[in-house]
Design a protein around this ligand. Structure first.
Ligand SMILES: N[C@@H](CCC(=O)N[C@@H](CS)C(=O)NCC(=O)O)C(=O)O
Length: 209
């Protein structure tokens, strides 16, 4: 059994979607980051960086923070969503790390400035919008001739997809990136994605115009 500490954000959804895809049993503990619950001392014992998501695997007592590490752990635990073969395995790690270092922090800043603090800094809004569009362009190119980011559907897609699901907050038009749009829609159709998306709170999956 996995205890999942999460909130309705892209990083949280990566893990709930992965758990749904893998069919693992899990208990949801909602950590309301709008009420600073990520700073509660009980949560800090599991996630010393005071960010969601985090898990505890009650099968073996392992606590883990950092969504990328959690996805890799769940893949290793189940032998699924990250190939055991040399090249596809490292492609999956490569694009998972791309998400952790690129779309995660950069689009997170786009949300901060463009969605939540418009007008505070035109420079920052432009910087993170431009960087966001550059990253969408990289993903679009990567998806040329491919259905998924790293071969078969994998933890790399699960890591990136919830960030693209915030395209409206980022003021990015998915239709400008047709391969990303098609990939996004391919993943929207997956029942596990629809189930994982609404953990811990129900919300509609945004769809492109
Ligand atoms: N690198 C971390 C980032 C986690 C993160 O930034 N989580 C956000 C929600 S998406 C959070 O907990 N924010 C709370 C805060 O900013 O205090 C991961 O991928 O798990």
């Amino acid at each position: 059994m996995i205890d999942l500490y999460t909130w309705s954000t892209p990083n949280g959804r990566k893990v709930s979607i992965a758990l749904e895809e893998l069919g693992l049993d899990y208990n949801v503990h909602a950590i309301d980051i709008t009420k600073d619950e990520q700073f509660d001392s009980a949560f800090l014992k599991i996630a010393p960086n005071n960010r969601i998501p985090a898990i505890v695997d009650t099968d073996n007592g392992l606590t883990l923070m950092e969504s990328g590490a959690i996805l890799m752990y769940l893949a290793e635990k189940t032998g699924k969503l990250m190939s055991g073969e040399f090249e596809p395995r490292w492609r999956t790690v490569e694009w998972l790390m791309w998400q952790m270092g690129g779309p995660g922090p950069m689009l997170g800043q786009a949300h901060h400035f463009i969605k939540f603090n418009p007008g505070v800094s035109d420079y920052a809004e432009q910087r993170y919008l431009n960087e966001g569009k550059r990253l969408y362009g990289v993903l679009d190119k990567r998806l040329e001739g491919r259905d998924f980011v790293a071969g078969d559907y994998s933890m790399a897609d699960i890591a990136v997809w919830p960030w693209i699901a915030r395209f409206e907050w980022q003021t990015i038009d998915l239709n400008e990136f047709p391969r990303v749009r098609d990939w996004y829609m391919r993943i929207v159709e997956r029942p596990a994605v629809q189930k994982g998306y609404v953990v811990p709170n129900p919300q509609e999956i945004p769809l492109p115009a």
